[in-house]
Structure formats: C-alpha cells, structure tokens
Design a protein around this ligand. Structure first.
Ligand code: LR7
Ligand code: MN
Length: 609
C-alpha cells in the first residue's frame, strides 16, 4: 500500500501544471459520481428493509380504557394526495384498480397501512393514494340512462355524521357529492363531527373545508360524543334544504345518484327512499355493483338483506322501478325535511350505534309512509368487517337501542326478541314515554299489520327466517382465465399443497414440477382467485403481512384471495400490498411467504400450461 502510494505521487508529480489541473477536475467528477452511486444504493436498501420494524409503533400511542379505545392525538403519516395517477387507470371490469395501488414500498407505507387497519378497519394506504376523486364504474342498469327526470326538483341538504373517519374517505365522500350532483340540487353539505379525536380531523380539516371547498360545505362539531343518531338529528336541525339526505362518511356517490331519489320523493312526499348500496371493498377499495336486494330483519333485531320476492320482479321494468323494502340498512337515504320532522326525527334516547335503522323503518311503514329502494340511484359504501370504534363506557348500545324500539313498536312480537335475548327481558332502556306518545299522536298501525302487509315473508313464529343474502358474498362462478402449474423461476419447482390439497388452512410449498400431479394444477380466474386442484383458494390474510399464505375455502369477495400475475413475474396480493416469495434457508425447508415486493428472483413466478 505504502509503495503504491509513493508510486502514485511520483506519477502525479511528473505531470506538468495544466495536466495536473485536469487531473484534479477528473478526480472531483469521479468522487461526485461515487457519491451519487452511494446515495442510490442507500435509497434502494431502505426500500428493502424488512417490514415490521415500525409495525407496532402506532399502538404505543393508544391506551385501552373502559373497553373502548381512547386515543391520544397521534402523529399521522402525511397524506399524499394523488389525483392524477388514478384518472389514468383503466377501469377494467367492475372497478378494478391498478392492482399495485396498495404496494408497500417502505416502512412508512407499512406504517400507514397498519395504522389504517387499526383505526379504520380498512386499507388506508390505498384510500390515501386514491385521492379525493376517482373514476368509478357506472353500475346502473343500462336503461336508467334513458330515464328522464322532471325539473325543477327539490333542493337537498346532505348530512354526514362522522366519528374518527379517515380524512381521505371523508373528503372523497364530499368531493364525489360535489362532482356528481347537479349544483342547483345540492343546497348544502353538513359535516357533523361527533367529537372525533383524530388529529387530522381538527385544524387541518377545518382549513381544508374553509379554503378548498365551496361555502355550501359546512363543518359542525358536536361538543361531546353523541353517537350517530343524535349526531344526524343535530345536522337535520341545522339543515335548510327541502330534502334531507343522510350518508355515512365513507361513501362515493355514482352518476345521477340524486335525481331518481328526488323525483320519487316529489311523486310521493311521505316516503323515504334509498339508493342501491354498491360495495367498496375495504381491502382494495375496488368499487363493484350490488345486486338488487331489499331490507329485512331477524328477531335478534338485526338488519339483513333479503332476496327480492320473485313476484315483485315479474314486470319488465322491475329492475329500474322503485321497490318496496320492509326495512332500510340505515346509513343512506333521502326524505323530505318536513316529513322527517313530522315523523319524529329519530329516538334521541338511542346512543352511539345500532337499532335506529329498524326503528325508523317500522315507524315509516306503520305511520302511513312508504320505504323504497330506487335501483337507478347508486352509492358506494365501504363495507368493513368490524367497527373500529367502541362506545364511551364500553356499553352495548345496540342492545339498549333495540330494547327501546322493541318496547315502542313491536307490541306482543317483542316476545320473539326476548326468546332470543332472555338476558334483556329486565334490562334498563331508559324512558320511552315520548316515543309511545308519538306513536299515538301519529295514529300508527300495529306491528301485526306491518308483518302482514309489508313483510309477509317474515317468519312470525320466530324460526326459519327466509334465506339470508349478505352483500359482497353473493355466490358466483368467475370465468377461468388461466390454468396450469405455477413455477418458481429461480428454483425451478412448482407451487403445491404441503399436505392434501383439500386440507383447509393447509400451507403451500415447492415440489418438483410434474405434469401428472393434479396437486400442482391451479386455476386463475377473473376475480384473481388462485384455486388449487379446483378445491381451495390461496389466501393471505390482509391483516398479516410477512406471513405464510394458506389454502382456504374460496369466499368470492376478493380481498384476502385476490392475486395479480403482475410485472416482473411477481404474484402480487393487492389487499396486502405484498408479493408471494419463496425463501431458501440453509437450515430449514424452503417455505412460501408474503414479503415486501422487491423484484428479487425469490419473487418470480410463471404460470404455465
Ligand atoms: O359514535 C358514532 N358517531 C358517528 O358519527 C359512531 C358512528 N358515527 C358515524 C360513522 O363515522 C359513520 O359515518 O356514523 C356512520 C355510520 O357508522 P358505521 O359506518 O360504523 O356503521 P355501519 O356502516 O357499520 O352501519 C350501518 O348501521 C348503522 C346502525 O346504527 C347505521 O345505520 C349506519 O349508517 C349503517 N350503514 C349503512 O347503512 C351502510 C350500508 C351498510 C349495510 C348493510
Ligand atoms: Mn358505514
């Protein structure tokens, strides 16, 4: 080394003055190039850091109190609005987004995603990247586009009550309203904040509403947490439009969603009308059409979707005409403001969540009104698998609210409820005298009348309810787009079941590829499902990054079973934002796992006949 250096000096010293200067410039450039390369390398390494390093950081800010989550304001990863990239996406099929919108590129992305599932029970990373407005498929029946609506139609106040909603879903609800509602029909949008404590909903939201939104959008704050029932009433009392529309705070309204609702209300002023509620998948945010179903309930006093009785579907126009519905889901409906008030608003003795949807449904029908679903009106709603918030004090507000409605509206049929919930027979439900007085004052019919005339399909004895249909889980047979083995390019082996391909919950592994082995044959269908041996679906739970996928019963609702054979030969899981990888470990067997997509050879697969 020493002698090398000496030689270098000798060589430099032997050079003339000018040559020396050029040499120094050269050296400078070379160092710059090196510095740049070093930076690039560092950047790539950060992108490849294993996920999980920041996984539970957010949870440290949360404390569990009285059974409900009490959350101190936390630093929230900044939202990167991305209004352009999505506009360019092709909307293939039913609202399929670029399958890579949920891709996790860094530990920060992983953080946003984890925080989102924790606080909102949906994929916040995707929601934030979608921006405030994105194209969604027009899911209406084709003949809806030919319908003409009278003019003028009444002006509308939209009331959106929210508690700790993500800013991106809340603002998308607002922006879709502004973009897809004829301005003269939209009198105002009232955002009622039910005393949220999420940081991004404080000053930041206030400034956004003030500076970026038209003055017809107003933010109203509840002083304390009231729950969605009193929250909506607070909005309705402030509203000045002729018609009220209530929406949840994570909706996207579709083309011409409002005109069919208003025109039906104009024909029939004492009616409440609901759009068809399309499905926004909580894991991928893909938007897809819901079938025409109507509202029912069971004797546990839970809302449920029922198939429409065939006799109601016999007319050729059935799919575009209003359809009578025994109940409403609760979150999305329109009615005249004077009718809402005259009918007794809501039972304001009900707390937080639950029960108000059946209560208002029974009240509408029993007190002379009409409750309908208007198929030409479509609004998307994020259907979550769990409610991400509790109630103050951890009370079961649904039980108490249901008790109140049972005592006021169910007459002797409340016995059916108590048969299922004997522990509630003597439970406290507060004072309902005002509500029974209301029932009297309005001269409402009996519950027996309701069952006989509005919901004759209901099983009155309290057993064997009509078949249940859950939105998003309508059984289907998706078209197979590819069939064959899935070969790992670097290792050369094929993806197969570790045990028997019919073992539910079983793992997958790599085996020597063999054309004879039925246990290696996968079907890939247009829903993105990978079905092994026509039996089970490859499933990676959207809540468990970096874990091994399993073989599970195909559920047909995307999410954990939706795969994309994507760029760089990777098998990408959109809901998880990760890729399928084969890990070779010297001391143990090869195993298959989910990992941050890094384009490495361990994540390259090929589907072959
Ligand atoms: O304390 C609260 N304060 C609130 O402001 C609790 C909730 N809320 C807000 C919340 O931010 C949201 O905007 O109230 C709205 C509804 O809460 P979700 O979205 O957690 O409820 P959900 O969609 O699971 O529940 C359905 O049933 C509820 C019963 O009380 C309400 O009627 C919801 O509006 C209703 N949602 C729908 O009908 C959408 C379709 C779902 C179905 C089926
Ligand atoms: Mn909701």
């Amino acid at each position: 080394m020493g002698s090398g250096n000496k030689r270098w000096y000798k060589w430099a010293g032997a050079m003339g003055g000018t040559t020396h200067r050029y040499f120094c410039y050269g050296l400078l450039c070379a160092s710059l190039v090196w510095a740049l390369l070093l930076l690039l390398f560092l950047q790539l390494s950060v992108d490849r850091l294993p996920a999980g390093t920041g996984l539970h950081r957010r949870l440290e800010h949360m404390s569990i109190h009285d059974n409900s989550l009490v959350l101190s304001p936390v630093r929230k990863p900044a939202i990167q609005w991305n209004t352009h990239s999505v506009e360019k996406e092709k909307l293939a099929g039913a609202g399929q987004l670029s399958s890579e919108l949920g891709m996790i590129y860094s530990v920060d992305d992983q953080d946003v995603r984890d925080f989102g599932y924790q606080r909102h029970a949906f994929n916040l990373l995707i929601s934030n990247r979608l921006g405030v407005l994105r194209p969604i498929p027009d899911t209406r029946h084709p003949r809806c586009a030919d319908k003409e609506y009278p003019s003028p139609l009444p002006q509308t106040s939209v009331v959106i009550c929210f508690y700790n909603e993500a800013q991106s879903t809340l603002l998308r609800t607002v922006h879709t309203l502004l973009a897809r509602t004829p301005a003269p029909l939209l009198h105002e949008i009232l955002l009622v904040d039910d005393a949220s404590n999420l940081d991004e909903l404080q000053g930041e939201l206030e400034r956004y509403v003030r500076d970026k939104l038209p003055s017809k959008v107003q933010l109203v704050r509840n002083e304390k947490r009231e729950g969605l029932i009193r929250g909506r009433v607070a909005g309705a009392v402030k509203a000045t439009g002729e018609v009220l529309v209530f929406l949840d705070s994570h909706c996207e309204v579709n083309q011409h969603w409002l005109e069919p609702l208003l025109s039906r209300i104009q024909e029939h002023p004492s009616s409440a009308v609901c759009p068809i509620i399309d499905i926004i998948n909580p894991d991928t945010f893909s938007y897809s059409a819901s079938p025409l179903v109507r509202g029912g309930f069971n004797w546990g006093l839970h809302f449920r979707w029922d198939a429409v009785p065939p006799e109601l579907l016999s007319s050729p126009n059935a799919e575009i005409e209003p359809i009578r519905s025994p109940t409403m889901a609760g979150g999305l409906f329109a009615m005249r403001r004077d009718y809402f008030n005259q009918l007794g608003k809501y039972d304001q003795g009900m707390d937080i969540w639950g029960g108000e949807n059946l209560e208002i449904s029974f009240r509408i029908w029993m007190c002379g009104g009409l409750l309908e679903i208007i198929p030409c009106s479509r609004v998307g709603h994020v259907f979550r698998r769990r409610r991400p918030y509790g109630s103050p004090g951890g009370h079961d507000t649904t039980a108490r609210n249901s008790l109140r409605l049972a005592h006021v509206w169910l007459d002797k049929y409340k016995e059916n409820f108590f048969l299922l919930r004997p522990e509630l027979r003597n439970a406290d439900f507060g004072n309902v005298s005002e509500r029974t007085a209301l029932r009297h004052r309005l001269g409402c019919k009996t519950f027996a009348w309701y069952l006989q005339n509005v919901y004759p399909e209901m099983d009155i004895a309290g057993h064997g309810p009509p078949p249940r249909l859950a939105v998003g889980k309508i059984s289907h047979k998706a078209k197979v787009v590819q069939r064959g083995r899935i070969r790992h390019l670097a290792i050369g082996s094929c993806l197969a079941a570790l045990g028997h391909p019919s073992d539910k919950g079983g793992r997958v592994t790599l085996r020597k590829c063999s054309l004879e082995d039925a246990n290696q044959v996968w079907l890939y269908n247009e829903d993105g499902e990978l079905i092994l041996a026509s039996l089970l679906c490859l499933d990676a739970s959207e809540n468990r990054p970096n874990e091994r996928p399993r073989l599970m019963k195909c559920h047909g609702s995307g999410g954990s079973q939706q795969w994309a054979l994507g760029k760089y030969n990777r098998l990408y899981h959109a809901a998880l934002g990760q890729c399928l990888a084969a890990v070779r470990a010297a001391d143990q067997d090869d195993h298959i796992t989910m990992a941050i997509c890094d384009r490495s050879v361990s994540q390259q697969w090929q589907m072959e006949e």
